[in-house]
Design a protein around this ligand. Structure first.
Ligand code: UDP
Length: 417
């Protein structure tokens, strides 16, 4: 058990939070837990697993993280599927579905010994969902963890995927809006951030300034920031429009920072569209970052006056919680997981249009006191709801519920110091 890591979490999240984790982990000792997703870098799922795995290990749990791989064609079909599940009208050919299934069949061969023996398997998102079909002799309980906004999926694609995921013992969604009629248990577990990582740890003002100047940002002009993959669902063009409208009333510089993800083949096309729209504008900075730019993103979020996440579909939007943790009010699209993070007019603003975002930017740049007050509330809201300790507590409770069935109760003792 890595006591040092647990002590560091306790210092931020409280002794009670860590004590609960220890109690919940205790009956799970000896069980082998496997997580499977489709990229080790880029995007929220990888970000969470990088923290969750060491924390589970620190609690003495036996946990493994596997990443499935495939050819470009596989990631093209899974990205189309992702788009369709988030409501975009897309047609997926049966040949593409064949590639999807065949890649999973190959990966199942590679992972068979591990997956057959594991006591609990978490399969993240649609990419590895068919693995379950190819492991008929599985011993453990399998959970499908859906991170995407499934509130209004394209029906034909969801019907196909539903046939796969109903084979699982349970599924997990980030919020109630995403659940679907299914014959098994569905749990609501929102994601979280890790306060100890490079991305989220405290930084000195000097360090923040150093990074801002490295990217030639004007130290005298307020920064409006959006961090995200270059993806149409994140509406980068809407963000540019909002910033251009807002700056008629208040000087600002816009920073669009992001990179790609190994399982997202569309990023470059969207990046080119963004560059074209921003061409020649000295107050729009497009920063194409490598996947390990955590320190830079941390500094940008801390250096920003206002943070945007103007998505038009969003499973959760870790970037929202990341910015809130750093005391920033967030202007977010009124969609998906952003709705459970941004409490309208308290921890930020929920908007529907670039015009709405522009008004909110103008307000927050004008009223420093309000901005700081909302930022403080935002930080507290994350501390209460979206830290990794809460996330893991929910996962462990779910594993215990699956292990014990309805026969036993889980009782946690209150930590008394
Ligand atoms: N991120 C990053 N580099 C980038 C863009 C994003 O490290 O260039 C991180 C971001 O800080 C966040 C995660 O990737 O932790 C994105 O998660 P989110 O839920 O916001 O969106 P997703 O990409 O999963 O749709």
């Amino acid at each position: 058990m890595n006591q040092d890591l647990l002590t560091r979490y306790a210092q931020i999240a409280g002794e009670d939070a860590v004590e609960q984790l220890l109690q919940l982990a205790s009956p799970l000792k000896g069980a082998h837990i496997v997580h499977v997703n489709s990229t080790r870098y880029g995007g929220g799922v990888a970000e969470i697993l990088h923290s969750l795995i060491p924390l589970k290990q620190a609690l003495g749990l036996d946990v493994t993280w596997e990443v499935i791989t495939g050819e470009e064609e596989f990631f093209l079909v899974t990205k189309s599927m992702h788009n369709a599940l988030q409501g975009f009208s897309t047609e997926i050919q049966s040949r593409a579905l064949k590639t999807y299934e065949e890649t999973n069949a190959q990966e199942a061969e590679r992972l068979r010994p591990l997956l057959e023996e594991a006591d609990f398997v978490f399969i993240h998102d649609p990419q590895p969902a068919p693995l379950i079909r190819f492991i008929p002799n599985r011993k453990g309980k399998w959970i499908w963890r859906c991170h995407i906004d499934l509130s209004r999926p394209q029906r034909s694609v969801w019907r196909y995927l539903r046939n796969l995921v109903t084979r699982y013992e349970a599924s997990i969604f980030s919020m109630p809006d995403f659940t679907q009629p299914m014959p098994h248990l569905q749990y609501i577990i929102p994601p979280s951030i890790d306060p100890l990582t490079e991305k989220n740890k405290e930084l000195s003002e000097k360090e923040v300034k150093k990074i801002l100047s490295r990217y030639q940002l004007d130290p005298h002009k307020p920064i409006v920031l959006q961090v995200s993959r270059f993806d149409r669902f994140k509406d980068p063009l809407g963000v540019i429009r909002a910033a251009r409208l807002a700056r008629k009333f208040a000087p600002l510089q816009l920073v669009l920072a992001g990179g790609g993800a190994a399982d997202d083949p569309e990023g470059e096309v969207v990046l080119r569209e963004v560059e074209e729209t921003a061409k020649g504008d000295p107050d729009i900075h497009i920063l194409y970052l490598p996947p390990d730019a955590h320190h830079t993103i941390n500094a940008l979020q801390r250096g920003a006056h206002v943070v945007l996440q103007k998505s038009i579909k969003e499973g959760f939007g870790l970037t929202v919680t990341e910015a809130m943790w750093k005391g920033k009010p967030v202007i977010g699209g009124d969609v998906g997981g952003i709705k459970i993070q941004v409490v309208n007019h308290h921890t930020g603003f929920l908007v529907h249009t670039p015009e709405g975002a522009a008004l909110a930017i103008r307000y927050l740049l004008f009223y420093k006191d309000k901005r700081e007050e909302m930022g403080r509330k935002a930080h507290q809201f994350v501390k209460d709801n979206f830290l990794i300790t809460r996330h893991l507590r929910d996962y462990l409770s779910l594993l215990l519920a699956l292990k014990l069935g309805a026969h036993e109760r889980i009782e946690l003792e209150t930590w008394t110091g």
